[in-house]
Design a protein around this ligand. Sequence first.
Ligand SMILES: NC(=O)C1=CN([C@@H]2O[C@H](COP(=O)(O)OP(=O)(O)OC[C@H]3O[C@@H](n4cnc5c(N)ncnc54)[C@H](O)[C@@H]3O)[C@@H](O)[C@H]2O)C=CC1
Ligand SMILES: Nc1nc(O)c(N)c(N[C@@H]2O[C@H](COP(=O)(O)O)[C@@H](O)[C@H]2O)n1
Length: 265
Amino acid sequence: MRHLSLNRVSSHRLHIRKMSLLPLPKTLIPFLAPYLPVKRDDRPFVTLTWAQSLDARIASRPGVQTKISHLETKTMTHYLRAYHDAILVGVGTVLADDPKLNCRYGNFSKIRPVVVDPDAKWDYSKSTLCRLKNEGTGLAPFIFVNDDATTSPENEDILRSQEGAYCRLPMDLSNRANNWLLILNALHNVGVNSVMIEGGAVVINELLQSSVVDSVVITIGPVFLGKDGLEVSPASARILGNVNWWRGETDSVMAGHLIPEGQPH
Ligand SMILES: NC(=O)C1=CN([C@@H]2O[C@H](COP(=O)(O)OP(=O)(O)OC[C@H]3O[C@@H](n4cnc5c(N)ncnc54)[C@H](O)[C@@H]3O)[C@@H](O)[C@H]2O)C=CC1
Ligand SMILES: Nc1nc(O)c(N)c(N[C@@H]2O[C@H](COP(=O)(O)O)[C@@H](O)[C@H]2O)n1
């Protein structure tokens, strides 16, 4: 993997760059402060964050991009991105959403997109991410693939020229949960100290069951998406500590720290 150029931002240096975002509600700054990344020696700090319906759905159907959050909490997401070195999603999310995965809050923040795509299913060359890199409004991604994945020479060439990379790892495909430490260690080794993980459901459900999540920030929008919606729910119970709630125009945001399993809270 290539060396990352990392950015540090502090709240006084942040400002809205794109009018598509709203001004950040001022009360979100102290609300989020206790959950922002701190340096860890063992691995990157992990913030797990998503927007869900009242019935814990993140999309109206699997594979369908669904607007859940108000623009002010979308702005919050970009504010949070500005404090992280990397943003990670699973391949299901890039295939469904063709997201931007950049930081549109702040005048210089560059966040490294990371996609977990063990079988190299994603055609990067056709993506919005590829276009944004060419336009200068985002970085090229690190795409984590399994050791034996077949990647297209075209995507290899583009990624190389854009200073992104396919990152090959000996992934455990029968028990995917085993791969998180591998992925996080690989990122740590190239200087990534904080990762914001945004989804989708497979990724969220796996990580809620893991011991590698530090902060959790959940936006809850005023909608029920129903039984066909894509549910987020870990395989067994987990508890959050240091919990706080913020209430906006239409959404509420809950932030907390994921308590390690077996630890009293
Ligand atoms: N409302 C929200 O905040 C968000 C909603 N979404 C929605 O979620 C949906 C996509 O979610 P999913 O289909 O669940 O896909 P996903 O984005 O969670 O990707 C799942 C895939 O990623 C790979 N993967 C994940 N964890 C892995 C691991 N530990 N090791 C190896 N490979 C791993 C596997 O190929 C797996 O099939 C879309 O509809 C999207 O719109 C996605 C992100 C946020
Ligand atoms: N904050 C938020 N609210 C929603 O209603 C959403 N559906 C999402 N989805 C996430 O945002 C990503 C797209 O964002 P950008 O294109 O990078 O701005 C998408 O891939 C999901 O991770 N988020």
